[in-house]
Design a binder for this molecule. Sequence first.
Ligand code: CA
Length: 220
Amino acid sequence: MKIMLVEDNEAIIMGLEYLLSQEGYQVVTARNIAEAGAVLAGEECALVLLDIGLPDGDGFELCRKIKRQGQTPVIFLTAKEEETDVVKGLDMGADDYIIKPFRNRELISRIRGVLRRSGKGNPTLRCKDVSLNTETGRVTRCGEEIPLTKLEYRILSAMMSCPGKLFTRDEILSDIWDISGNFVNDNTLSVTIKRLREKLGDNECRFIKTVRGMGYRVEQ
Ligand code: CA
């Protein structure tokens, strides 16, 4: 997945190119508005990280242009911390506004959030040593493929999409379970989770945690 970075500070460019590539993103860097325009004309970017103070203009103008042309998500990444700038950026359709200096993990998390909301999320969900690819439907643990039933897969992918979130038993039964024509009760759910844990080698319930009397959650 390709991210365009529009930034004129070399130190930030170096840091972000490293950080983003470590996270599996491809980075195209534009150092001014003209370069950014050229990139956008020729390449499909999943997201634009946009500085405001640029040598040949301001990022607001570029954001406006991007938003007029399509749905590409834009995150402002800028030292401009005035509330009026934040409001201006968000009002013109930016998907997020992050003030420098930023924290790396937070930036990555916000990028993921914006991509998820725009339907461009990374197809690979990863929690601990388990990976799930939502495009291929493959689930692996430590690189080894784990065959799951359709139902086990649906439960696991829902939980891995929101690591740390509590999924109540009711929620799983009503939202995830295909109840059409099948009689499903609480016990069936417990049995399914138990089988899923066995397949994942999660015998000590460290991956899928039980929240007593409530439901389950996957640990990040
Ligand atoms: Ca700048």
